[in-house]
Design a protein around this ligand. Structure first.
Ligand SMILES: CCc1cc2c(cc1OS(N)(=O)=O)CC[C@@H]1[C@@H]2CC[C@]2(C)[C@@H](O)CC[C@@H]12
Ligand SMILES: [Zn+2]
Length: 258
């Protein structure tokens, strides 16, 4: 009867990848027609300071561009958020081929890649590591990447990737403003979810932009030249670093648009 109460009989059974007892796991499929317009959702305000950009780190799962989060210089506020959140890092998920790669899907459609900008609630919590463990600790902006025109802003990042080809390599990277990677269209979906990589904690308010950005084939191929493996190990290409879809369970996806 727990299965019926939780509606688990209506979804495919939770995969072993769902943390035991998880009720708000990510990623999910966003069924456009099931999302509910919420007129009380505010516009998302994004203000990043490019001088807070520190380095690019291949952590063996993706490449992370990390920011100095010791001040409120790079923050987001508004949208579904109760207060402002500080930018900590951004990274991507992508596929071996263009038919898949994103973590979230829209009406069961995959995009070739997805950008995540990870922010944490520095108003309520003393550090990122603490915020990772709290229900309102993190806010992640998701942006879909689709195949199209070359993205000039992304190119500066792509040009640096050969220097972080192997796991556990880091290079200095400064003066980058990631707002150039976020579509100007204000429309987004939002729902309560989790990290999609360990520790998989249910601490994320997801803000998924409706409009994708366009990147070209060479830029997607550049992502695929990265390696999961360290220098000296047998090479394994860094591709398909996305988590399988998780059951929606008792959640509603809200939209900022009608
Ligand atoms: C790139 C996927 C990734 C890595 C990390 C997080 C989140 C990540 O992507 S996602 N898709 O938003 O879940 C949040 C927790 C972070 C981790 C990177 C490594 C840490 C910073 C640890 O050192 C302590 C907390 C960890
Ligand atoms: Zn991610």
């Amino acid at each position: 009867w727990v299965w019926v109460l939780q509606g688990w009989d209506r979804q495919d059974p939770p995969s072993p990848l769902t943390i035991p007892g998880g009720t708000r796991q990510s990623p999910i499929n966003i069924q456009w027609r099931d999302s509910v317009y919420d007129p009380f959702l505010k516009p998302l305000k994004i203000s990043y300071d490019p001088t807070t950009c520190l380095h690019i780190w291949n952590n063996g799962y993706s490449f992370l561009v990390e920011f100095d989060d010791s001040t409120d210089k790079s923050i987001i506020v508004g949208g579904p958020l109760e207060n402002q959140y500080r930018l900590k890092q951004f990274h991507f998920h992508w596929g071996a081929i263009n038919d898949w790669g994103s973590e979230h899907t829209v009406d069961s459609k995959f995009y070739p890649a997805e950008l995540h900008l990870v922010h944490w609630n520095a108003v309520d919590y003393p550090s990122f590591e603490d915020a990772v463990m709290e229900g309102n600790g993190l806010a992640v902006i998701g942006v879909f990447l689709k195949l199209g025109a070359r993205h000039e802003g992304l190119q500066t990042l792509v040009d640096a990737l050969p220097a972080v080809r192997h796991k556990d390599t880091v290079i200095e990277f400064d003066e980058f403003d990631p707002s150039c990677l976020i579509p100007s269209c204000p429309d987004y979906w939002t729902y309560a979810g989790s990290l999609t990589t360990p520790p998989l904690t249910e601490s994320v308010t997801w803000i998924i932009k409706k409009k994708p950005i366009e990147v070209d084939e060479d830029q997607l191929e550049a992502f695929r030249t990265l390696l999961f493996t360290s220098d000296g190990e047998e090479e394994r290409r860094m591709v398909d670093n996305f988590r399988p879809l998780q059951p929606l369970m008792n959640r509603t996806v809200r939209s900022s648009f009608q």
